[in-house]
Design a protein around this ligand. Structure first.
Ligand SMILES: *Cc1c(COP(=O)(O)O)cnc(C)c1O
Length: 409
């Protein structure tokens, strides 16, 4: 099955292994406890000598089926699942870093990840924010105690594209853990393993689930990093394959100890959604290109940020790295055009804080999701007061264009 193409793999993932009764979907197993006839078997599972289920907080057959599916789609080695994307990011940092460590992060970040880094700084973990569209900025920020580099593929809301491959080479040369948040691109548009990522984060709540009906997060190990060189792995987690040491520690110290476990019902929704990831995101990207071109030509729009426009600073990079330029864009309205009036006039586009939904969503960024960080940090991230972020969905292109046309008229 690993040789099959993307959507074939997604559709048939649940039939691998031993499907109960020949079912095509992994059933929703709601049991949180698992019984064993041989007490030694449970002991072996606890000691990591045998794979199996001990308690629902750490793993569950429905959740593990989705984990295998994500691993396949990311061409990774293994995946640990979480209740949300933020739980995946938070658990990764908390389980791998210690007081006195240093992390270099892109300054262009999802708002809650930015907030999480503040918490880490208060726990004695040093974070340097850099413009990661140029690898030289990352390199200059490295210190002897730097353990990890964190970037997003396409940053929200202004759509900067990180220097993903060059940062991967730098991390490999300096033996640093390279963590890539692939939420905006999803494994269909981009596979971070190809750019040297060590760990891949996906919020499943966005494109992978796609329908806005379940939260979830995932951390995928790529096998690119040699964890036997990492100083903070607990002895107990040093199993026979050192490529998995980091992920085992994330499962134990992150998922198990914090307990942000993915619910089996949610795993089912996310898995059904992921069957059509390629079809949905491809259509959303084509719609996004059409809307971006329409807005760029419109006098009431001052700026359009979309990696599929040749005016975008990383247009060439996005074209080389990604299958399509994504479906997130932001527009700055011309002077005198009120962003609230514009959003209120849109009929098809929903004002909503989510993104990666099948429906097109829009939000006034500075007044909502980036409000808490204050004007200075907003300015450093290129977030103007009139900025509207759009997450383009899979509606019919003509209807979306007509809606933008009437709202701007
Ligand atoms: C939404 C998002 C997250 C967080 O995911 P949740 O599932 O909402 O917790 C993390 N990173 C990026 C880039 C996101 O867009």
């Amino acid at each position: 099955m690993s040789k099959k193409h993307f959507t074939s793999k997604a559709l048939h993932a649940d039939r691998l292994g031993k499907p109960e009764h020949g079912v095509l979907h992994k059933p929703v197993h709601n049991s949180i406890a698992f019984g064993y006839e041989d007490a030694r078997e449970l002991a072996d599972i606890f000691q990591g000598k045998k794979s199996g289920y001990a308690y629902g907080r750490q793993s569950n057959p429905t959740v593990e089926a989705l984990a295998s599916k994500i691993t396949g789609l990311e061409s990774g080695l293994a995946t640990v699942m979480f209740s949300t994307g933020m739980a995946a990011i938070g658990s990764t940092f908390i389980s791998l870093l210690r007081q006195g460590d240093h992390v270099v992060s892109s300054t262009f970040l999802f708002g809650n990840t930015n907030s999480l880094f503040q918490t880490l700084q208060n726990l004695g973990i040093d974070v340097t924010f850099v413009d990661a569209t140029q690898v030289s900025n990352v390199e200059k920020a490295l210190k002897p105690n730097t353990r990890a580099v964190f970037v997003e593929t396409i940053a929200n809301p202004v759509t900067q594209v990180a220097d993903l491959e060059a940062i991967g080479s730098l991390c490999s040369a300096r033996n640093l853990v390279y963590i890539v948040d692939n939420t905006m691109t999803s494994p269909w548009l981009f596979q971070p393993v190809s750019a040297g990522a060590s760990l891949i984060i996906n919020s499943l709540s966005k494109y992978i689930g796609g329908h806005g009906n379940a939260l979830g997060g995932a951390v995928t190990e790529t096998g690119n990093f040699d964890w036997s060189t990492y100083p903070h792995i607990y002895e107990n987690y040093k199993g026979p394959d050192p490529r998995l040491w980091g992920l085992v520690q994330i499962r134990k110290k992150g998922l198990r100890d914090f307990g942000a476990s993915l619910a089996p019902e949610s795993a089912h929704h996310l898995s059904v959604g992921s069957d059509t990831l390629e079809l949905r995101i491809t259509r959303a990207c084509h719609n996004a290109q059409a809307i971006a071109e329409f807005c760029q030509a419109h006098p009431k729009v001052a700026k359009v940020f979309y990696p599929g426009l040749s005016s975008h600073p990383q247009f060439d990079r996005a074209a080389t790295l990604f299958r399509l330029p994504g479906a997130i864009m932001s527009i700055e309205l011309a002077e005198g055009v009120d962003c609230f009036d514009f959003l209120n006039k849109l009929e098809l586009v929903v004002t909503s804080s989510n993104l990666g939904d099948n429906r097109t969503l829009g939000i006034p960024v500075a007044h909502t999701i980036y409000w808490e960080m204050g004007p200075e940090r907003r300015a450093s991230m290129g977030v103007a007061d009139s900025l509207v972020r759009l997450s383009i969905g899979i509606e019919d292109t003509e209807d979306l264009l007509a809606d933008f046309n009437q709202a701007l008229a």
